[in-house]
Design a protein around this ligand. Structure first.
Ligand code: SF4
Length: 497
């Protein structure tokens, strides 16, 4: 019996997870199987993660968004950590990475897996540093022990920093910001102190066997991603990418699923180049990008600088976007930062899907536009990416129920509402044409006819309805209203990986 989704796919088997993914994406199960078999998409689904609602990451499917959570040395509380998971799922994260570095890591991780309907990712190297107490003391035995334990706990994908090699380190000497990946800086220090090759690279085949046994998906870390736009696309970044391509193919030989992580900080004119190069070097393995931030000048607004790059990356073929919050580079994000970060990234992901013509993606836009033109305010709120915010902003100035049918809002006011003026003008043109035309000669689509009222956007049958659309708080597996096990809590640490 196949141990992993890719092994089953290669044998020609459509698994239950593939069936579910096909349903969520409005695709044929056979298409899902082919994409997984060819390594073009992954279904991160550890066989021990029973609460999981399977999803897929690949450039042919709706673009996904990851949120990072996790405790730190200063804050460690099980209920609080569960609250962070809830917050991330509530605001639309498709996967969640637990980057905890505080205490009770095992209990928190196991609880996350027990409750999470979305895949859980981790960076085992962080626990290794904590256990070894300093990077240079880490051993390969410790790394393998931690990776195996986390695989048994049900972690669906792990960032493995196996691509940074000793020979890459001199290539970073001229950089403005050096090595900014946490895992990358730890591995670099280990290699320099011990004078040996990257231990994760050395035991890579053993890691593959552990992953195959539990169906853990690789998220190959980009340890040498640029930390500023000046360092983008340099020799260090691309040398590591070549190694990641080799590691991708080695994992596939073990029937293990792979996605590859990417930058970072990249100016707009080089975003597509980054995606295209990764797709070529890694034979189409899904690209999972952090941002990228397209400029370095806006601390406090890096959810915006990075969402611009993320949207471009999605259009160019990135499969998953790791969110960035407004607090990036500045401090730990709170719940509102997480909300803003996830909104920015869901917009980026959806914009990419619209541009790429993903089936049903634009139905969501069309449905909201129709509600807008019809002044159906309640429907606008319901369809909004963040319904609560849309309603709150509207009601700040026009709170009364009577304004929910009003043909204006406070932005332009009743007199200057262009949509009302346009509707009235169309109406009067139509009346005038009707009175001049012989009875029964009107044609559908004649100027003046409000075609939007006749259109029937079938939003419910679109993949957007299941995959990327659920308005905040309505993900079917996270509808937790009244569930005291899902307390709202602040979320900390977008982390650097
Ligand atoms: S008042 Fe302006 S912003 Fe408001 S609905 Fe009318 S056109 Fe749109």
């Amino acid at each position: 019996m196949a141990r992993t989704q890719i092994e089953a796919a290669r044998e020609g088997t459509v698994t239950d997870a593939m069936e579910r993914v096909a349903e969520r994406e409005n695709r044929e199960p056979e298409f899902v199987r082919e994409q997984v078999a060819e390594g073009q998409a992954v279904i991160p689904a550890n066989t021990n993660h029973e609460a999981l609602d399977p999803m897929i990451i690949g450039r042919e499917f709706a673009t996904k968004v990851n949120a990072n959570i996790g405790n730190s040395e200063t804050t460690s509380d099980l209920e609080e950590e569960l609250g962070k998971l809830h917050t991330a799922v509530h605001y639309g994260a498709d996967t969640v990475m637990d980057l905890g570095t505080g205490s009770d890591l095992d209990e928190i991780r196991e609880t996350h897996v027990d409750y999470s309907p979305v895949p859980i990712g981790t960076v085992p190297l962080y626990e290794a540093v904590k256990r070894a107490e300093s990077p240079e003391e880490i051993t390969t035995d410790l790394l393998l022990e931690i990776i195996e334990k986390q695989a048994e706990q049900g972690v669906d994908y792990m960032t493995i920093h196996a691509g940074i090699l000793a020979e890459h380190l001199p290539l970073t000497n001229g950089r403005k910001t050096g090595i900014v990946s946490r895992g990358g800086s730890i591995m670099a220090k280990w290699m320099e102190e011990n004078g040996e090759q990257n231990p994760l690279f050395q035991v890579y085949d053993e890691i593959c066997e552990i992953f195959a046994e539990h169906d853990v998906t690789f998220s190959l870390g980009d340890s040498l991603r640029p930390g500023c736009i000046a360092d983008a696309c340099d020799d260090a970044q691309y040398a590591e990418l070549d190694t990641l391509g080799d590691l991708t193919r080695r994992a596939w030989e073990h029937d293990v699923q792979v996605m590859v992580e990417g930058p970072g900080h990249v100016p707009m004119d080089k975003v597509a180049e980054n995606v295209e190069r990764q797709q070529e070097v890694c034979d189409g393995a899904p690209f999972y990008v952090l941002g990228p931030l397209v400029t370095d000048i806006a601390p406090g607004y890096d959810h915006i600088t990075s969402a611009i790059g993320a949207a471009m990356a999605a259009q160019a073929g990135a499969a998953m976007l790791c969110y960035v919050t407004p607090k990036e580079h500045l401090g730990l994000p709170d719940e509102e930062d997480v909300r803003d970060g996830l909104a920015a990234y869901r917009i980026a992901a959806h914009s990419g899907d619209v541009a790429n013509g993903r089936p049903g993606a634009r139905d969501w836009d069309d449905a909201l536009s129709e509600a807008r033109y019809e002044f159906d305010w309640r429907e606008q709120f319901r369809l909004a990416l963040d319904p609560d915010r849309a309603r709150d902003y509207h009601d700040q100035t026009l709170p009364g129920d009577n304004y929910k049918e009003a043909r204006f809002c406070s932005m332009c006011g009743v007199e200057f509402c262009s949509m009302r003026i346009d509707q009235d003008a169309r109406e009067s043109r139509r009346d005038s044409r009707s009175s001049q035309s012989p009875k029964g000669s009107e044609q559908p689509g004649d100027a003046g006819e409000m075609k939007h009222l006749e259109s029937t956007t079938d939003l419910e049958s679109s993949p957007a309805a299941e995959v990327n659309r659920p308005p905040v708080g309505t993900h079917e597996s996270s509808d937790d209203s009244g569930d005291e096990n899902w307390p709202d809590r602040a979320v900390e640490g977008t982390g650097d990986d």
